[in-house]
Design a protein around this ligand. Structure first.
Ligand code: SF4
Length: 538
């Protein structure tokens, strides 16, 4: 279904889209240069040519015959584009993919504050204040460039398109199925009087997968390998915002991983909405159907053969999909890090049932025990929701005690909030807001104790660290293989390298471990770590 705020309408471009034509003409008129552009990125080279041309004109170097480029190449108005992302790593990876799309088509990505011609806001539906945040960012964009064209997309745009279209200054709202066709829309919409055009189809019709990955600080990249979810958790709007579960092919993922590694990134984080369902593995893992295609464990095994990537992390995986086969493989792998993030949501079976989670607390405890048996040094994090409808004080205490005795390393605590169109929002037994906050506070305190205890267990040990820039220029930061955050004095040339460090004790803020670089030969570290260090340093 296509929604339109006003009766202003326009046609979607077909295969004869203007950029496609320009490229086809260019290919005919200058095949060698076109090949060069193809290999080096059309957008970047085009931007460079425009810059050189402007410079040449300023120096009266006319007439200018530049590599036989035809006139239409230079007649394209250079336009700038800026992005803002709200929400999860998946959104960040998708914003990066959108930025590359614009760049490859001759747009110049600029910083948000630099006053772009086009602003793209990629929204999230998880934050309670999605609407307020969206309005704030649109206002900021228009302050930087009052005549900018503003496009809003992402989960919130899919869930509440009309609400966003009504925000003053928003020109175009794109739903989940339209997100990656953004150029088609932008290039065919002139800035008009009317505002708030909505292009959002029915989320049930989305069946395509678009690869995306982010580069961030060039140390770590988030690679989307799966999207959407077929589960029916009663509190969650993500299936409504992103559609059914679908995955990339292993071949594509491998190509993307090679491309990311070629740019110098050392760590690749696999992301998805329901990552363990890669290849729609749920039914196979639950024993309801035979295996037909590659599942998540097959992807992990294939990626592990890539010499170009030093480290892989699995961003988050449902406990019912984290099989012993995956755990055992990670335990043996030199590239997959001993770090798991496994959503729990509640430590109380009654609540898990009401949430329609597909496991009970015993299974969760069993998963944690399996990980720790094969990797005693592994870091395990979990998500928990407090204040779900019907959660009594006793239920909450049961969750608290369950987590207290689990051998996990940190929590992400979420305060339940009612979401439109979810079953949970209609359930009786709403917990007062103040009480939800109190429970959140209590679990955050428990998380802090768990994290510090996990760090303390490793004082005096040696672990490999991928070094990153610290916000304090005199320091280096980074994470060990098992996700312990470290801090140490700056050593020039260390950023984006991996080396063993000795973990001493907590820093004064308690947020990280103070560390110092050591060599494995003198540290007495175990053979596997030494071997690992060798692999990543070679
Ligand atoms: S598994 Fe549940 S919580 Fe996670 S995205 Fe799917 S429906 Fe939402």
């Amino acid at each position: 279904m296509i929604l339109g705020k006003q009766d202003r309408s326009y046609d979607l471009p077909d295969a004869s889209d203007s950029n496609t034509n320009k490229r086809a003409n260019f290919q005919k008129s200058s095949p060698k240069v076109a090949d060069f552009l193809k290999n080096n990125g059309f957008g970047q080279v085009q931007t460079l040519c425009k810059y050189l041309l402007a410079k040449a004109i300023r120096r009266n170097f006319v007439p200018l015959v530049l590599l036989g480029l035809n006139q239409s190449f230079f007649q394209m108005t250079p336009r700038t584009v800026a992005f803002h992302t709200l929400g999860c790593k998946l959104n960040y990876s998708e914003t990066s993919a959108l930025a590359r799309l614009f760049e490859e088509n001759g747009y110049l990505p600029v910083k948000f504050d630099d006053g772009a011609d086009i602003y793209v806001l990629n929204t999230c539906s998880v934050t309670e204040q999605a609407d307020k945040e969206c309005k704030k960012i649109v206002r900021q964009a228009l302050r930087h460039h009052p005549h900018a064209f503003v496009v809003v997309t992402g989960c919130y745009a899919q869930l509440k398109p009309q609400e966003i279209a009504d925000i003053p200054g928003v020109d175009l709202v794109l739903g989940a199925g339209e997100k990656f066709r953004i150029l088609d829309y932008v290039e065919n919409l002139a800035k008009a009087q009317g505002k708030g055009m909505v292009r959002s189809g029915d989320v049930r019709d989305i069946n395509t997968f678009t690869s995306s990955f982010s580069f961030g600080d060039r140390t770590r990249s988030f690679l989307k390998v799966q999207d959407g979810c077929d589960y029916k958790c009663t509190f969650c709007t993500i299936p409504l915002a992103r559609g059914a579960s679908r995955s990339d092919t292993i071949e594509n993922v491998m190509n993307n991983a090679r491309q990311i590694a070629a740019s110098g990134v050392k760590e690749l984080v696999l992301t998805g909405v329901n990552l363990g369902d890669f290849g729609n593995g749920t039914e196979v893992i639950e024993g309801h159907r035979a295996k037909k295609e590659a599942l998540f464990v097959d992807l992990v095994k294939e990626l592990d053969t890539l010499d170009d990537v030093a480290r892989f992390r699995i961003s988050s995986i449902e406990p019912n999909l984290l099989t012993n086969e995956i755990i055992d493989f990670v335990a043996e792998s030199k590239r997959f890090m001993p770090h798991f993030h496994v959503p729990l949501q509640s430590g109380n079976d009654k609540q898990l049932r009401e949430m329609r989670r597909r496991y009970r607390r015993e299974l969760y405890a069993e998963r944690v025990a399996s990980i720790k048996k094969t990797m005693p040094h592994a870091c395990i994090g979990c998500d928990v929701i407090v204040g779900f409808p019907g959660e009594t004080e006793d239920d909450f205490l049961e969750t608290y005690r369950f987590i207290q005795q689990l051998d996990i390393s940190y929590l992400h605590v979420f305060t339940y909030s009612e979401r439109a169109n979810t079953l949970a929002a209609t359930m009786p037994g709403a917990v007062p807001i103040e009480e939800r906050r109190r429970r959140n506070h209590a679990l955050r305190g428990l998380s802090e104790m768990k994290r510090r205890a996990f760090y303390a267990e490793h004082f005096g040990s040696v672990r490999p660290v991928l070094f990153e820039q610290h916000k304090n220029p005199a320091l280096l930061s980074g994470f060990t293989d098992n996700y312990i955050k470290i801090e140490m004095p700056l050593e020039v040339g260390r950023v984006n390298t991996i080396a063993p460090v000795s973990l001493d004790n907590l820093t004064s803020t308690g947020e990280a471990c103070a560390a110092r670089a050591v060599s494995f030969e003198h540290s007495g570290a175990d053979a596997r770590l030494s071997q690992f260090s060798q692999v990543v340093l070679d």
